[in-house]
Each structure stands twice: as structure tokens, then as C-alpha cells.
Design a protein around this ligand. Structure first.
Ligand code: GUN
Length: 285
């Protein structure tokens, strides 16, 4: 039997409607959610991401500003800009697009962003609050994954979730969020012995390694939910995920396509985080 598709675009659309409602409520108090995006250098993919973020702001009626800095910008200058944005009341969220040029230390940049404006959820205080279960701005892709599971009616509590990949941006926070939802969580990585055997035990698989079609059909327990975070460009120019989609969909119970799965959720959760930061700034819960 073929798996049910988890339509990231449709779920993201649903969440955007909720964000619009929240934005109207804030407007009654004279507050417009504001996002500042900073791009250093001219990486073509980053330029597209930044443009999409500005467009999402426009569509949702957010205030936005984009700062495009030359790739040789000294780190101190970038930190000064962040400091100004931290102090600017119209800006509720700050995102510095990765990757950064080699001479800039990413950690110094993340640490410089005010915790309450860290809409990427990368600041150590937000990561720490996620781990101990306190209120935090959550990393966007993992937060999107949880929304997709919940809104598709996929049970998490008591289920075995296997996360493939241990990045700070996706794997680790996804594992923590699944744990917070009471899953039993296993995190796999490049040194994991018998990866297929571990994945076979999963009710929920999250693949976030950036290796095209790594996850095969015979790794999947029949009926499992498979969330594919990978976006890989094949030699023929087509996009594919970390999951062998056509084969795995015949075994899984649910599956996210690439594109149109996790991708549309990430930017939507960024907007949700910006609204949350604006609500907090306005004294709303
Ligand atoms: N580059 C690719 N994805 C991301 C992201 O989620 N946040 C930031 N800041 N940069 C990125």
C-alpha cells in the first residue's frame, strides 16, 4: 500500500492563516511583527532564501528589513549591526543567513543576537531552554516537523523516533522536541553501527543528513512515518531528499515529498517565531 503524503505546503498554508489572525490581533495594539535578515556575501542559494523570507514577510503583513553586506565585511562590523538591530523596537526577530564567510565566527554571531529576537532558535539560551522544557524560540525546521506530525494525526508519545543526523540546526533540536513530545528517541550519525537495523525499529524516521536517497525501503518498518529533511541537487538538476522516495512510499504509512514537504514549513515557522517574539514584546503570552 502506498503511504499517505504529508503535504507541507497545505500545512504551512494552514499555519500562515493562524499567523495572519495573530498579526491582526497585534495590529489592534499598534504592533507590526518585524523581521531583520542579514546576508553577508553573495552565495546564490542564500540570496534566494533571503528573498523568500522577505516575500513571506510581505505576504503576512510583517515589517521587514534586509541588510546585504559585502563578503569582506569585518566581523566587528557585523556584530555592530546586530547590536543596533537588538536595540531597534520595530525589529522583533533577527536572522543572519548561513553560511557566513570564513573569517566570521558563526558562534560569535549567534551569541550576539538578543535571546528574545533569536528567531532561528540557535542561541545557546534558547537551545538550553528547549532541552530543559522551558519556553523558547525553537529552531524552525524541527518545530515544523513536529507541526507536520501533529497536524497529520501521527502519534508521537510512546513511539520510537529515529533521527538520522546530529546537526545543531536540525538533528539535535528535532531529537529534543520529539523527546518533549514523549517519544523514545534514538539519534544516529555517521559513526552509527548498523544504521539500517536501527532505522527498522522506528515508528517515526527523521532523515537529516544531506545524502541523496540514503534511506532505503528495506530500512522502513511498514506503516512508519518518514520525514525527509534533505534537499539534495542531483547531477541532472532535479531535487531529491535523503529518502529513496518512490521505493519507501510503498512501505511507509506517511511520507513527506521533496520538494513540498518539510521545505515550506521552515520559513513558515520562522514567521511564527517572529510573531511569537512580537507578541512577547507587546506583553502578550
Ligand atoms: N541557511 C540555511 N538554512 C538556514 C537557517 O535556517 N537559518 C539561517 N540563519 N541560515 C540558514
Amino acid at each position: 500500500m502506498s503511504a499517505r503524503l504529508i503535504d507541507g505546503k497545505a500545512i504551512a498554508g494552514e499555519i500562515r492563516e493562524e499567523i495572519r489572525r495573530g498579526t491582526r490581533e497585534l495590529a489592534e495594539r499598534g504592533v507590526t511583527p518585524g523581521l531583520a535578515v542579514v546576508l553577508v556575501g553573495d552565495d546564490p542559494a542564500s540570496q534566494i532564501y533571503v528573498r523568500n523570507k522577505a516575500r513571506a514577510c510581505e505576504e503576512l503583513g510583517f515589517y521587514s528589513e534586509v541588510h546585504r553586506l559585502p563578503k569582506e565585511t569585518p566581523q566587528d562590523e557585523l556584530l555592530e549591526l546586530i547590536s543596533r538591530l537588538n536595540a531597534k523596537s520595530e525589529v522583533h526577530g533577527i536572522l543572519v543567513q548561513s553560511p557566513l564567510p570564513d573569517h566570521i565566527r558563526e558562534k560569535a554571531v549567534i551569541d550576539a543576537i538578543a535571546v528574545h529576537k533569536d528567531v532561528d532558535g540557535f542561541h545557546p539560551v534558547n537551545v538550553g531552554n528547549l532541552v530543559i522544557g522551558d519556553d523558547a524560540l525553537l529552531s524552525c525546521t524541527p518545530a515544523g516537523i513536529i507541526e507536520m506530525l501533529k497536524r497529520s494525526g501521527i502519534p508521537i508519545a510512546g513511539r520510537h523516533a529515529v533521527v538520522i543526523g546530529r546537526s545543531n540546526i536540525v538533528g539535535k533540536p528535532a531529537a529534543m522536541l520529539l523527546l518533549r513530545e514523549h517519544a523514545t528517541v534514538t539519534v544516529c550519525h555517521s559513526k552509527t553501527a548498523d544504521l539500517p537495523d536501527v532505522v527498522r525499529q522506528a515508528d517515526i524516521v527523521v532523515a537529516a543528513v544531506g545524502r541523496p536517497k540514503l534511506v532505503k525501503a528495506d530500512w522502513i518498518k511498514p506503516g512508519a512515518a518518514v520525514i525527509d529533511v534533505g534537499i539534495n541537487r542531483l547531477p541532472d538538476g532535479k531535487l531529491c531528499g535523503d529518502v529513496d522516495f518512490e521505493a519507501v512510499r510503498e512501505v511507509a504509512g506517511w511520507i513527506t515529498p521533496v520538494p513540498g514537504g518539510v521545505g515550506p514549513m521552515t520559513i513558515t515557522m520562522l514567521m511564527a517565531n517572529t510573531l511569537k517574539a512580537a507578541r512577547r514584546a507587546a506583553g502578550l503570552a
